[in-house]
Write a protein that binds this ligand. Structure first.
Ligand code: ADP
Ligand code: MG
Length: 735
């Protein structure tokens, strides 16, 4: 008789699941009628606001001006009427505290309207400012508890939207979140400030280059999002997935991703039903999701939107993750955004496609077809290359957190060494500029005479792309590939924008100086581009970033390689980082230190939760199962001795060996758990955050790994029907 354990039950449950049909219908509700229907967009405002008010608002938005209280009242009123007509009863300031998640508190529009009256009200003040109790959000030491109040402030550059839930709708207003002292307590504020820094420095550079057309420059971002989907019946049996977002135990499955049959394979009906349902909600929220496909690992998928302005793209990525999580549950699936839910197979990342764009829609990283456009392109390209070389360490720190440590440097994700991939043609152009000679026999025939000659056509060939580079030029944008799948893209983009702003400033200043020194404009540009490329060329690498040789070569070139979060984070508070952020008005010293503290705290908390879970799962789920099996084996040997006459007894040495192995490994497991427990107890909560994080990295993680190693070993020996945790071979294939 087969024993029915909870894993077998899960298989039966999953077998009977049907793709969840939802009322997604583009025949009767055409896509373009649904797209953005839950967004208080410019188009909606144009129809609902008085003409003058609309024009005043757009003027404020486009020119970064303050919105006066009267105008705010008019906008708020129109927003309220619109939201109520779409079924909303509540409003919420929607913000992004330093937790990395979003935060919301809902308030009904309902208000006293006089003696016995009730009204639905929403004032300009309600729209522009809120006062959440800030004391429970991480501040990294910025705000002492007696000053617990913070405020949220309307970000009119990202449209308000309506969130639909099962039993109602809520008007959500994207906001920044600051302390009353003005210090930023969130991820959006520094991002907005960094965009302003790019705008200022890019315009300055464009003017120096003789471009008097562009009035504003912003950054564009298209984040490709990877994720796993597993059935709820598995998920609910994994306390580690529920509480830590990743499997803390689990042997590598016999069939991993070696068959390479999942990538771009046909999408299972049930998964497609989920994707289409989630996309439908995102369309109504105006999130332009475009691409869906199976990823490399089994049960891994990707979704990518069309790029948008960086601030909007960031909000939309947060919304996307939320909608995916929620919709997956409705389909009896769970969406995992962790960077490494399953050790032994590929993890997930977020490819952050990034560029700069002016108010006319010109992409500043688009190679042009006139000499002048090319000159501008090469100057900006040079600025970005310099930024990555000079500030690579800081960029690396922007993606440093416990989850991403499992991914970076493993041979599936870019290494922690920041380098730039340009592709062969562009790399030859760069070499040509530096040496002043046309590369012999190369595709690039002419010397790159900036502002005089045009660039050779850059191949946009898919195969030309180097998938191993952390920062790759892909035709007309850079792709920052080391961002973690679970993280908000706000911080990596804040850093990227800031370091590029500094570099644009540097280029503009250098060219101006050269002109003052007597060079004509073209000579000045030539000389500066050549010099800056020569100084920063060590960061350019077109080869295989996963290879051992590159690690050696990078070391020889002096490129930093901060292997994990703890090694990486101190860069955040280095003197030149402080100067950089304050100079461009992105973060003052206190704000920067607070982010450093929050990231360290976050690291400690994450590893601590994992350690506690490891102790409890190993001690209360795995150990009892192993002991039971050990007992079964022992009983079978004893019973055989009892059942047979001495003369009939066969050789039992294999049984004995199995028992001994189990005995040994059980002892090892218990020992490792005890060790981990005592290490965790040893910690001194009073130490500096950095020392504390170091302790977790150097002491706790190895002790956790030791527990896992024995447990995963045991998984391969113990009676399958007794094993308490769903196995990778099931979770990744049965859904
Ligand atoms: P891939 O081959 O890597 O999928 P795509 O050209 O499809 O490349 O682009 C991937 C992502 O890059 C998409 O989200 C796309 O919208 C975004 N992207 C394209 N152009 C830009 C740009 N100028 N700025 C930012 N992101 C961009
Ligand atoms: Mg891509």
């Amino acid at each position: 008789m087969k024993t029915m354990n909870s894993r077998r039950e899960a298989i039966l449950t999953i077998q009977s699941r049907k793709p969840a049909a939802k009322s997604v219908d583009y025949v009767h509700n055409p896509l373009m009628e649904q797209f953005g229907s839950n967004v208080f967009s410019r188009a909606v405002m144009r129809t609902l606001l008085p003409k003058k008010a609309y024009e005043a608002l757009i003027d404020c938005l486009d020119n970064g001006q303050r919105i006066d209280p009267q105008l705010a009242d008019i906008v708020a009123n129109a927003m309220k009427d619109w939201a109520i007509s779409r079924g909303a009863t509540h409003f919420s300031h929607w913000f992004q505290p330093m937790t990395g998640a979003t935060a919301e508190k809902h308030d009904a529009f309902l208000q006293h309207g006089g003696d016995h009256d009730w009204l639905l009200e929403f004032s300009g003040k309600n729209l522009t400012q809120g006062e959440p109790d800030a004391s429970s959000f991480p501040s990294g030491g910025i705000r002492t508890t007696f000053e617990a109040r913070g405020y949220t402030g309307w970000d009119p550059t990202s449209s308000a939207f309506i969130m639909e839930s099962t039993n109602g709708r809520t008007l959500c207003i994207p906001t920044v979140f600051c302390a009353f002292s003005g210090h930023a307590l969130d991820k959006k504020t520094p991002l907005l400030r960094s965009l302003e820094a790019v705008n200022k420095q890019a315009i300055k550079l464009l003017r120096v280059l003789g471009n008097n057309e562009s009035r504003r420059v912003t950054c564009t971002v298209g984040p490709e999002q990877e994720y796993f989907l597993i059935d709820e019946a598995w998920y609910l049996q994994r306390p580690d997935l529920i509480n830590a977002g990743r499997c803390l135990f689990g042997a590598k499955p016999p069939r991993g991703q070696e068959m390479e049959d999942h990538y771009w394979g046909s999408i299972k009906e049930r998964v497609l039903a989920f994707m289409m349902d989630a996309e439908n909600e995102l369309y109504r929220l105006g999130v332009p999701v475009k691409t869906r496909h199976n990823e490399v690992a089994p049960a891994q998928f990707e979704v990518a939107p069309v790029f948008e302005q960086a601030n909007v793209a960031t909000d939309h990525n947060m919304l996307l993750m939320e909608v995916f999580r929620r919709t997956a549950q409705e389909h009896r699936l769970r969406c995992l955004f962790h960077e490494k839910p399953f050790t032994g197979i590929n993890g997930s990342g977020k490819h952050n496609n990034w560029s700069m764009c002016d108010d006319k829609g010109n992409n500043l990283l688009e190679p042009g077809n006139t000499p002048h456009a090319n000159e501008q392109f090469l100057v900006i390209l040079t600025a970005v290359i310099r930024a990555i070389n000079k500030w690579g360490r800081l960029l690396r720190a922007s993606i440093a957190f416990a989850g991403n440590d499992h991914r970076l440097g493993a041979n599936e994700a870019p290494p922690a060494i920041m380098s730039v991939y340009l592709g062969d043609t562009l790399a030859e152009v760069v070499e040509g500029i530096i040496s002043g000679k046309p590369p012999a026999g190369a595709k690039v025939q002419q010397v790159m005479q900036l502002g005089v000659s045009t660039l050779p056509e850059l191949p946009r060939d898919f195969s030309d792309r180097n998938r191993t580079s952390p920062f790759a030029f892909t035709g007309n944008k850079f792709e920052f590939r080391a961002v973690g799948s679970s993280q908000s893209i706000a911080w990596p983009n804040t850093v990227l924008n800031t370091i590029v702003a500094e570099s644009l400033d540097y280029m503009a200043t250098k060219i101006e100086e050269a002109v003052k020194g007597g060079k004509n404009q073209n000579q000045a540009v030539q000389a500066v581009v050549k010099e800056v490329l020569a100084e920063n060329q060590r960061v350019i690498f077109n080869g295989d970033n996963y290879s051992e040789e590159w690690h050696k070569e990078a070391e020889r070139r002096g490129l930093p390689n901060d292997k994990n979060t703890v090694q990486s984070l101190p860069t955040l508070i280095a003197d030149d980082t402080k100067k950089l952020f304050s100079r461009y008005g992105v973060l003052n010293e206190e704000e920067l230190i607070s982010r450093y503290n929050v990231q360290l705290e976050n690291y400690c908390k994450t590893v601590n939760i994992e350690a506690q879970l490891t102790i409890s799962i190993a001690g209360t789920m795995i150990l009892p199962a192993v002991l039971q099996y050990q007992n079964n084996v022992a009983m079978s040997i004893t019973n055989m001795y009892r059942a047979l006459k001495e003369s009939d007894r066969p050789d039992t040495s294999v049984h004995d060996t199995l028992l001994k192995t189990l005995w040994e490994k059980t002892s090892k497991l218990k020992f490792a758990v005890d060790q981990l427990e005592s290490v965790v107890k040893e910690q001194d909560h009073g130490t500096e955050p950095y020392e504390h994080a170091k302790f977790y990295n150097e002491k706790v993680i190895p002790a956790m790994n030791a527990v896992r190693a024995v447990a995963d070993d045991l998984e391969a020996i113990v009676d399958d029907s007794l094993w308490p945790l769903p196995k990778f071979r099931e979770m990744l294939y049965i859904y």
